[in-house]
Ligand binder design. Sequence first.
Ligand code: GLU
Length: 408
Amino acid sequence: MYPGGVDPSARTISSKILAIAESATLKVDAKAKALKAEGRPVISFAAGEPDFPTPAHVVDAALAAVKDPANHRYTPAAGLPALRAAIAKKTARDSGWAVDPSQVVVTNGGKQAVYQAFQALLNEGDEVLVPTPFWTTYPEVIGLAGGVAIDVFAGADQDYKVTVEQLEKARTPRTKVLLFVSPSNPTGSVFSPEETKAIGQWALEHNIWVIADEIYQNLVYDMGVDHALSIVEAVPELQDQCILVNGVAKTYAMTGWRLGWMVGPADVIKASANLQSHLSSNVSNISQLAALQALEGDQADARAMQQAFNARRHAIIEGLNAIDGVFCPTPQGAFYVYPDVRGLLGKTWAGRTPTTSLELADVILDECEVAAVPGEAFGPSGYLRFSYALGDADLAEGIARLQAFFRA
Ligand code: GLU
């Protein structure tokens, strides 16, 4: 009846999956890498990925792990006991929450932790308040869990930080979760202790769960502290309604090792571990033992990388703000800057007149061979995200190209 005997409608991809867009950050990064492979001198500010190698003592731990046949086997789906204990210790130290190791699940990168956190909490139609600009993956993951992402936008004029008043305006009887990301991807903004406490108290008062993505927690600058204040440390009463998401990728230059975790109340963590036992089982033992070394071993390399990022942060902010039409606030964390580029739109550059940041990103890729992620990936048009986790020389060259291009 049908060619090949297959009803085409029976082959249709589910509407849930069809609705997912490819990760814009990974897409721009892949495009930049492909152009580079063709021999074009592309400088990529696209992916949030440290240029440094993973610290040698971490790699050595992995080498030793791979040689031990004990590590060629499954571990409990929720992770190696020693690593869960080390994560509990780190959570007590940096997030001010004394959890039992049983309150930790080790995941395939922070991304799986984000996915499982929303799967664990959301029922169909539950609303999640998403401070915007947001990392491109959150709305997709919320939708996959049946939730509805409610964007709450804060612009450059307020350092991209939402206020309690804005959150309160967006609250409805369906509001179940607040997403809290400080330092933020894509803006690098860090909420002050007072702001963090005010938002935490508001969530507590209205019985709203908080999913706090703390993956950039240790990448803060000029704040006189070595980590951003966790919302659960600011408001300890949130411990019954809070999930923390974290991982080794950004602090220890371990993006490719795929090692993250989630921490939360015992029932949520048990449910998430059950989910993971059907989804992916345990994370590679080699990565788990490398992460154990990263967390428990010498921190000198991590500190040195953090200092290098800080120097680059100053260089990129100064370089971008020197371009007429660009306004780049000074973020205190992560390794992103998020300039407002609306002053460059509607003008003609090399014969092209971009009217959106999506088009502007294309122009600078084509004309300057510089890759940045357009604001459309993270919320409204009019912004570009630059990751400054690339090498010093590339950073200087990329900024010089942009300055020369927009001066012309
Ligand atoms: N989280 C990083 C970024 O935002 C890595 C890419 C991704 O997973 O989105 O660039």
